[in-house]
Design a protein around this ligand. Structure first.
Ligand SMILES: Nc1ncnc2c1ncn2[C@@H]1O[C@H](COP(=O)(O)OP(=O)(O)OP(=O)(O)O)[C@@H](O)[C@H]1O
Length: 453
């Protein structure tokens, strides 16, 4: 790899902390250090060495997205702080090319006594943006943070969510070449997280990303490669898929213990020997998933874009059976209605929706194209029209989800998106028993059966 292609190069990087078991040991050490300096001989040592990061080396190409995964205390923050220059290494070399912006420690870089506005200028200056540029971008920064009048209040009055909003907004507007994000901090409410994820995905098209998470799913989704840190050392580097799988296996091994030694399997060696069977059972489904969804209309605050050719008037999720309004149960039949109005003639209007999780991953959705291919409909300016989608609501794991809605004109290949809303509805799932995957489905059967005695 030529040096021009490298964004970050870390060689043999280490950080050692001195750990004092008792407060008086720290005092003794400082006295003895002075004595040593004065007398020139080594007195006793009153601390233990703790290597938070030890001998880590890697190279990251420009434009690459790399995930850092590891348990609590494995050295992720320490490593990233050294890369960002906020912590001095004990040993090793770090070379970086370009402007680094980081979201690492909550509130770090903010002066609590200064207002949000003053902190924006201070932070942007630290990140290399001059006053004129910051002034010209201030409105965008404030709009992205979306904390209203709090921008003029001292940061010490902020909630942690407001602090993250402001910090993220600054790093999103300083033309960074390298972004360092700790996912634990990037989470705010669903709408803001989705906005951050959209920014990160856009940034990835040209910039270099270092993304820290405990969630191997998030790492695989955002990063091509990953580094697994364990006890301060780099345990594995490779594709994010391979690293995540190895990390997961290691975690399971720890849970199961030595008696269930897990062996990696390179290729499937099992012989497929399941006989065809028609099984009938009158027993009720054995898998009990509860997944209650609370749906909130967010249309008035929804972000997106429009051309003026047509706009979405409403997005509604309704249950098709009686029940409490706005509360849904996973597995029940529902109707999503996306209503729009044309402001110019639309030859082949398309209405659609898409449900996304907190990381902006598309879970499922549909549009009306399959229908209008068979039943062509055009609309004149001023006409209001609905897209109707009836489906069984999947059971979703706990968390917040956003419903994207759009109105367009055209066909599968060529279409103009006239109005696109990222978060027309917000879905909150709170009591889900879904344990695996992004979306749960209703299992009719999940049993164990003896085949041969
Ligand atoms: N100032 C310090 N003095 C002593 N030990 C420290 C200090 N800062 C961090 N450590 C230790 O270094 C180790 C690595 O910490 P670090 O915060 O880098 O881990 P991490 O992987 O980011 O953890 P988490 O996922 O919990 O954020 C931990 O054992 C921590 O206790």
């Amino acid at each position: 790899m030529s040096s021009d292609e490298i964004a970050i190069k870390v060689s043999n990087l280490s950080k050692c902390y001195q750990i004092y078991d008792r407060p008086q040991d720290r005092l003794k050490q400082s006295i003895y250090t002075r004595v040593k300096r004065f007398m020139g001989r080594a007195p006793g040592q009153y601390f233990r060495e703790f290597w938070a990061v030890k001998g880590v080396s890697f190279e990251i190409r420009k434009g690459e997205s790399v995930g850092i995964i590891g348990r609590n205390g494995s050295g992720k923050s320490t490593l990233l702080q050294m890369i960002c220059g906020t912590l001095n290494p004990t040993a090793g070399v770090i070379q970086t090319k370009g402007r680094i912006a980081a979201l690492l420690e909550l509130g770090s870089g903010f002066n609590p006594e200064f207002t949000g506005r003053e902190n924006v200028f201070m932070n942007a200056a630290l990140l290399g943006l001059n006053k004129e540029k910051t002034e010209s971008r201030f409105e965008d920064i404030a709009a992205f943070a979306d904390i209203g009048d709090f921008i003029e209040q001292p940061v010490k009055t902020y909630s942690s969510g407001m602090m993250v909003r402001l910090a993220f907004s600054v790093i999103a507007h300083v033309d960074a070449d390298i972004l360092v994000i700790d996912e634990a901090l990037a989470v705010g409410d669903a709408i803001f997280t989705q906005k951050c994820m959209r920014f990160i995905r856009e940034f990835q098209r040209k910039g270099t990303l270092l993304f820290v998470s405990h969630d191997s799913g998030a790492i695989q989704n955002l990063c091509h490669n990953a580094i697994w840190l364990a006890q301060g050392k780099s345990r594995m580097m490779g594709s994010s898929k391979d690293v995540s799988e190895a990390y997961l296996q290691y975690g399971l091994q720890e849970i199961y213990g030595e008696e269930a030694k897990l062996v990696s399997i390179e290729e499937g060696r099992a012989v497929n020997c399941i006989e065809e069977e028609t099984f009938q059972s009158d027993a009720p489904p054995t898998v009990d998933y509860e997944s209650m969804a609370m749906v909130n209309d967010n249309l008035a605050q929804a972000k997106g874009w429009k051309t003026g050719g047509a706009n979405i008037i409403s997005v509604k999720l309704q249950r098709l059976t009686p029940g409490v309004e706005g509360v849904f149960e996973g597995g029940e039949m529902v109707r999503m209605t996306v209503r729009a109005q044309a402001h110019e003639p639309l030859k082949n209007p398309i209405l659609g929706f898409l449900i996304r999780d907190r990381l902006g991953q598309d879970l499922f959705g549909e549009n009306t194209l399959a229908f209008t291919e068979l039943n062509p409909i055009s609309v004149k300016a001023g006409v209001t029209f609905d897209g109707l989608f009836e489906f069984r609501l999947p059971m979703l794991p706990n968390g917040q989800y956003a419903v994207m809605a759009s109105v367009a004109d055209g066909n599968y290949q060529v279409n103009i998106q006239h109005h696109w809303l990222h978060d027309a509805l917000i879905i909150n799932i709170s009591s889900s028993k879904i344990r695996y995957g992004l979306v749960g489905i209703l299992f009719e059967r999940a049993e164990l059966k003896v085949v041969h005695e």
